[in-house]
Design a protein around this ligand. Structure first.
Ligand code: PMM
Length: 278
C-alpha cells in the first residue's frame, strides 16, 4: 500500500525536468542517462523524493504528445524507483500517471488538479497512489490572462477546496491527498506574495501542503529581473520560512541548500521545545 511520506519535518522534493525547454534546466538533462545521473545527485544531496516531469509548464510552453512525454520520463522513473527512491510523476495526463505508477512512481503530481484530463482523478483513485492537486486555471499558453481574483487567498482556497472535494468524491484517500497553491500559475508576482503570506488559508483546507517557489519568475521580479539560476538564495530564504510554517514539502532545483534550511528549522524547533521556561 502506498502511504504519504512523513518525516516529522518538511520534505524536500527535487525537480527533475526531462524536457528540452525547461526554463531553468535548459535542456541539459534531455538524455535519459544524464537525467538519471541528475536524479541520483538530487538524492545524494538529500532529496526525500524526486519529481520527474516530461512536459514543461513554464509560462507560454506548448503541450508535447503523450508518446513523447512517456518516452522522456519512463526510463528515468524505472531507474530511480529501482534504486529505491521515492518518485513522483509531474503530469496532467491520466495515461502518463498510470504508466508512471506502473514503472515505480508512488505520487502523481498534477499541476492541473484534475482539470486538464477528465480521467485523472478516477485513474489515481484506482491506482491507490498519492496525489498532489495544484491550483490551476488553464494551460501555460493562456494562464497569464487568468489572473482575476477578488481576494487571491480566499479564491485560491475556494478553488482548491473544489479540487479536494472532487478528488475525494472520485475515491482518492484523504490520507494520500496533498494540495498546492500553484505559485506562478495564473498569478501575478504580487498575487504570489499575497498567497504565500496567506498560506494558512490553504493549510486550513486540512490537507498537507506542497509549495514550489524555486527559481520562479516572481523572485526574478523582486531581484531586479535576475535570471533563474541567480534566484537560488531567495528560494532558500523562502523555503526556510515555509518550513517554519510547517509545509509538508517544498519543490526545488537545488536540493542541498534547501535540505540544509529544513535541517536548521527542525533543529531550532527542538531547541525551542527544550528551552527552559522563564
Ligand atoms: N511548478 C512547476 C512544475 N510543477 N508542481 C507542483 N506541484 N507545484 C509547482 O509549483 C510546480 C509543479 C513549474 O516549475 P519548473 O518549470 O521549475 O519545474
Amino acid at each position: 500500500m502506498i502511504l504519504l511520506p512523513d518525516a516529522g519535518r518538511t520534505l524536500v522534493m527535487g525537480i527533475l525536468n526531462v524536457t528540452p525547454d525547461s526554463f531553468s534546466d535548459g535542456g541539459d538533462f534531455l538524455a535519459a542517462e544524464a537525467a538519471i545521473a541528475h536524479g541520483r545527485r538530487l538524492l545524494a544531496d538529500g532529496a526525500d523524493l524526486v519529481d520527474v516531469g516530461g512536459e514543461s509548464t513554464r509560462p507560454g510552453a506548448e503541450r508535447v504528445p503523450v508518446e513523447e512525454e512517456l518516452r522522456r520520463v519512463l526510463p528515468v522513473i524505472r531507474a530511480l524507483a529501482g534504486d529505491g527512491a521515492m518518485v513522483s510523476i509531474d503530469t496532467m495526463r491520466a495515461e502518463v500517471a498510470a504508466t508512471a505508477v506502473g514503472a515505480g512512481a508512488t505520487i502523481v503530481n498534477d499541476v492541473s488538479g484534475g482539470l486538464a484530463d477528465p480521467a485523472m482523478l478516477d485513474t489515481v483513485a484506482a491506482l491507490g497512489a498519492c496525489y498532489v492537486a495544484m491550483h490551476w486555471r488553464g494551460q501555460s499558453d493562456v494562464m497569464h490572462r487568468l489572473t482575476d481574483y477578488h481576494d487571491v487567498v480566499a479564491d485560491v482556497a475556494a478553488e482548491l477546496a473544489g479540487r479536494r472535494d472532487a478528488a475525494l468524491a472520485a475515491g482518492i484517500d484523504p490520507g494520500r491527498l496533498i494540495l498546492d497553491p500553484g505559485i506562478g500559475f495564473a498569478k501575478t508576482a504580487d498575487q504570489n506574495w499575497t498567497l504565500l503570506a496567506g498560506l494558512d488559508g490553504i493549510a486550513a483546507l486540512g490537507q498537507p501542503v506542497l509549495v514550489g517557489v524555486s527559481r520562479k519568475r516572481f523572485l526574478g521580479t523582486l531581484l531586479d529581473d535576475r535570471p533563474p539560476r541567480q534566484r537560488d538564495d531567495a528560494s532558500v530564504a523562502l523555503t526556510t520560512l515555509l518550513a517554519q510554517r510547517g509545509v509538508w514539502a517544498v519543490r526545488t532545483h537545488t536540493v542541498r541548500a534547501h535540505a540544509d534550511a529544513v535541517a536548521v528549522v527542525t533543529r531550532l524547533r527542538r531547541g525551542e521545545a527544550s528551552a527552559p521556561v522563564e
